[in-house]
Design a protein around this ligand. Structure first.
Ligand SMILES: Cc1ncc(COP(=O)(O)O)c(C=O)c1O
Length: 370
């Protein structure tokens, strides 16, 4: 069987020659490349997870709650408490990471013969999940300053009539938030064109200077807000994402979800983490302060920085971003090269990790000016 490669298999035509998602997982002292939360979960929470998982283990002979009602109730409470907008259990759906939420949305509202649009550069998985679900992908435009140019975006929606519109705010990898007026205008444009579903990806919203767009759900049944516990809750390893939308959307995604998709262990762990929301949101405040420090210090060192509402910062400009990425790596710090010419992205780490990063980029500036 040696020598058989992907292309020797009868894989779908649109997957041929493509690469999977893959941020490098290199073993270096300071890893600031995947927008993870650098703080391990606090010990009392680790203990509570162990307790809850022990309880769940006693029932692992049974399938888990297929509708994850207790978890969705607690997620709805978290959303209501933090946004002031009333969210009920019927408005919330949960899955294994927001990537799975997005996949279920595309399986439900996209698929063969349908299209989705995102305004790029943005989160690359939107396009990759579109491809995986047989949904045509349209790369919509962004301005040179990485904001969404409303006129150009409206034109792209009117011309392409997509079935799903993605708006990532704060945007990854650029870090900037999309103003609510722009999201509303895109929603109106999408309704005039089709009407289509508008998915607001708020993976980083807890780090924003501004507010969540959850209140916009009122009276807009084609709007979906997706969220994750991977970033603010510091639980990327848990794999728990969720959405808030009109109850009809929650009913619709259940048409495509696998039965019992969310394991009892996942539900128990997420419930334990939600009991410690206040502590975890305390870390978010520290990270926001560190993110603002990174922006200030990078600018003071002479770098250009995109305004950030996330737990990462896009900085440049480099004549050759990949060479700069390698030079920073030589200083023991792994940042992210997203392939955007001239720019790199760094995730906010602990103060010590950020110091190491800042030392590396200051040294790089010196080397470049010699
Ligand atoms: C904008 C955006 N959405 C969604 C995700 C996926 O998050 P999850 O870990 O919940 O699948 C990420 C992860 O980096 C992201 O940047």
């Amino acid at each position: 069987m040696n020598g058989v490669r992907i292309d020797d298999l009868p894989v779908r035509d649109e997957l041929r020659g493509k690469s999977p998602y893959g941020a490098p997982q290199l073993d270096v002292p300071v890893r600031l490349n995947t927008n993870e939360n650098p703080y391990p979960l606090p010990e009392p929470l680790v203990e509570r997870i162990a307790e809850r998982v022990r309880e769940a283990a006693r029932n692992l002979n049974r399938y888990p709650d297929r509708d994850a009602v207790e978890l969705r109730t607690q997620l709805a409470k978290y959303l209501t408490d933090t946004s002031g907008h009333e969210v009920g259990v019927a408005n919330v759906w949960a899955a294994n990471g927001s990537n799975e939420v997005i996949q279920q949305l595309l399986q439900t509202f996209g698929g063969p013969g349908r299209t989705a649009i995102g305004f790029e550069p943005s989160y690359s998985m939107h396009g990759l999940i579109a491809r995986g679900t047989g949904t045509g992908w349209i790369s919509g435009p962004r301005g040179d300053d990485f904001t969404i140019d409303l006129a150009a975006a409206r034109k792209a929606i009117a011309e392409n009539q997509p079935d799903v519109v993605f708006v990532t705010t704060p945007n990854n990898p650029t870090g900037n938030a999309v103003p609510p007026e722009t999201v509303l205008a895109l929603y109106e444009a999408a309704q005039a064109a089709k009407p289509s579903m508008v998915v607001v990806d708020e993976a980083y919203i807890e780090f924003s200077h501004g507010d969540s767009l959850l209140p916009l759900l009122e009276g807009r049944p084609h709007l979906v807000v997706s969220r994750t516990m991977s970033k603010a809750f510091g639980a990327a390893g848990l794999r728990l994402g969720y959405l808030a939308a009109h109850p009809a959307v929650v009913d619709a995604v259940q048409l495509v979800r696998l039965p019992y998709h969310l394991s009892a262990v996942t539900q128990a762990t997420a419930l334990a983490a939600l009991e410690h929301t206040d502590t975890l949101l305390g870390y978010v405040e520290q990270l926001k302060a560190e993110r603002d420090r990174l922006v200030r210090e990078l600018r003071a060192t002479g770098y250009e920085v995109v305004e950030s509402d996330a737990n990462f910062v896009q900085f440049g400009r480099f004549e050759d971003a990949h060479t700069a990425w390698r030079q920073i790596l030589d200083h023991g710090v792994l940042v992210r090269d997203n392939g955007i010419p001239g720019w790199l992205r760094v995730s906010a780490g602990t103060p010590e990790e950020n110091d190491a990063f800042l030392d590396a980029v200051r040294a790089l500036k010196k080397e470049q000016s010699q």
